[in-house]
Design a protein around this ligand. Sequence first.
Ligand SMILES: [Zn+2]
Length: 56
Amino acid sequence: MEYQYALRLRSQWFNKGNPDCEHPRIERETYKGTDTGDDVCTTCGKGSPRGKVRSE
Ligand SMILES: [Zn+2]
């Protein structure tokens, strides 16, 4: 998922009251098509170092 899109998801999630998310689906985060080395949740937009989204 593109970084810009993840940012948008994050602000939408925040506007919903920032509920808990179990991060059911995780994708690699890219910036202008380049892998950033992070993962991002496709539901809430949370980004974390690869493999850490669910553990933080
Ligand atoms: Zn999530």
